[in-house]
Design a protein around this ligand. Structure first.
Ligand code: GLY
Length: 364
C-alpha cells in the first residue's frame, strides 16, 4: 500500500515537506553561452516580468549576436550555405507551447515560436509556412549568414574530398601554385589566423550548440525557451531537438522545467526534456534526473564509449522549488586542442556565474 508520505511525493512530483516549506524565488539557468541571457532574464524577473518575457529577452541577445555561431543571426548554415533556425517556447502558468523549425531569414525564431503559441491554434510551423507567418506579423527578412559563418561554410565545402583527394570547391588542376588557404585570404582579406583556425575547427567538428534558458519567479511560475541554428552543415530541412516540445524543452508547472543542448538526434530518441521532468516528478533531484536521462542515451549505444565519444549532449533542469542542476554526457569537450569542462550558466539572484555540470562519462 502506498504511504501517505509516498503519495505526496508521487502526486505533487516534489518531496512533500520541501514543497510545502519552499518559498519560490527568482532563478534562471541556461546553457554555457547564456550567461548574459540569465542576467537579462533576472533583471526582468526582479521587475516582476512574466517568466516567458524574461527568458525570451535573455535568448534574444544570443539570437541577435553575430558572434554566437550556434544561434540566430551568424548561426552556422546548412549544407547549402543557408541558415535555418529552430526554436520552441513553453509557458508554465498557461501550459501552452509554440515552436518553429527550419525557419529562414528571420533572426529571432523564439519570438516567432511565441507568436505561434499565442496567435494560432497550432503548436509548430515549419519552413516556408513559418516564414510566411513571421512576415504576416511584421518580421523583415534578412540574410542571416555573416562573413564569418560564410567563411566556415566555404572551409567545410573545401574540406570534403573524393577517394582521389579531389574537391570541386578548391583549386583546380590549372590553378597557380600556392596553398588554398592563401586563396581563402584573397576572398576574406580581413580574416585573421584565429578565425581561420576556428573555421577549420567547426568544419571538422560541426557544433550543435544552442541556447536553452529556464526561469522560475517568486510567484512560483516557470517558463523555458530553446533556440538554435541546429547542426552545422545539416541537410536542408533537418529539424533537431530544440523545437520539439518534450525533446529540446519541457515545462510542467507542477514539477519543473528542463531543456537540452548538443546532438539533437540522440536527445529526440529519448524525448529528453520530458524524461528529465518526469524523473523529477518521480522524486529524483534535478541532477539525478538529468543523469538518468543521459544513461538512456548511453544505453542506446550499448554503453559503447567509443561511439558515445563522437557527440555530446547536456540537460538542464530547474525544479519548481528552485533547485537546479545540469548534467552532460561528457565531463569536458576538446576545443582547439584544449580540454574545456562542461559548464552552464546560472543567476539565482546572487549574480550570474558559470557552474560545472555533473557528467556521466569522463573524457581522459
Ligand atoms: N541541439 C541542437 C540540434 O541538434 O539541432
Amino acid at each position: 500500500m502506498i504511504s501517505r508520505r509516498e503519495c505526496f511525493r508521487t502526486v505533487a512530483g516534489l518531496p512533500a515537506l520541501r514543497a510545502a516549506q519552499a518559498r519560490p524565488r527568482n532563478v534562471v539557468i541556461a546553457s554555457a553561452n547564456g550567461l548574459r541571457a540569465c542576467n537579462r532574464a533576472m533583471e526582468l524577473l526582479r521587475s516582476g516580468a512574466d517568466t516567458l518575457d524574461a527568458v525570451l529577452a535573455g535568448v534574444n541577445l544570443n539570437e541577435e549576436d553575430p558572434e554566437d555561431n550556434t544561434v540566430g543571426y551568424g548561426g552556422l548554415p546548412n549544407e547549402d550555405g543557408i541558415v535555418e533556425l529552430d526554436a520552441s517556447v513553453m509557458h508554465g502558468p498557461t501550459r501552452r507551447c509554440g515552436a518553429v523549425a527550419a525557419l529562414r531569414n528571420i533572426k529571432t525564431p523564439s519570438k516567432v515560436a511565441r507568436l505561434v503559441m499565442e496567435h494560432t491554434d497550432h503548436v509548430m510551423l515549419v519552413g516556408e509556412g513559418a516564414l510566411r507567418f513571421a512576415k504576416a506579423f511584421g518580421f523583415q527578412e534578412e540574410n542571416l549568414l555573416t562573413e564569418k559563418s560564410r567563411l566556415a561554410w566555404l572551409v567545410w565545402k573545401q574540406s570534403l574530398r573524393d577517394r582521389s583527394g579531389h574537391n570541386n570547391w578548391t583549386d583546380g588542376l590549372d590553378a597557380p601554385p600556392g596553398k588554398p588557404s592563401a586563396r581563402l585570404r584573397e576572398l576574406f582579406p580581413h580574416v585573421d589566423e584565429a578565425t581561420l583556425a576556428w573555421a577549420w575547427q567547426v568544419a571538422m567538428d560541426p557544433p550543435t550548440g544552442t541556447i536553452n534558458c529556464l526561469a522560475l519567479n517568486e510567484r512560483g511560475e516557470m517558463s523555458g525557451v530553446t533556440t538554435t541554428s541546429g547542426l552545422a552543415w545539416k541537410i536542408a530541412g533537418r529539424v533537431g531537438d530544440s523545437p520539439l516540445p518534450g525533446a529540446g524543452l519541457w515545462v510542467d508547472q507542477d514539477v519543473g522545467a528542463a531543456g537540452a543542448t548538443g546532438r539533437g538526434e540522440e536527445n529526440i530518441r529519448i524525448a529528453g526534456a520530458h524524461t528529465v521532468v518526469e524523473n523529477m516528478r518521480r522524486g529524483m533531484d534535478p541532477k539525478e534526473a538529468c543523469l538518468e536521462a543521459l544513461r538512456r542515451v548511453a544505453r542506446n549505444f550499448g554503453n559503447d564509449a567509443e561511439r558515445l565519444a563522437k557527440f555530446d549532449l547536456t540537460f538542464y533542469a530547474l525544479r519548481k522549488d528552485g533547485v537546479y542542476a545540469s548534467a552532460s554526457l561528457w565531463n569536458a569537450r576538446v576545443r582547439e586542442g584544449k580540454r574545456v569542462p562542461a559548464r552552464y550558466a546560472v543567476n539565482d539572484g546572487e549574480g550570474g556565474r558559470l557552474e560545472l555540470c555533473a557528467w556521466l562519462l569522463e573524457r581522459k
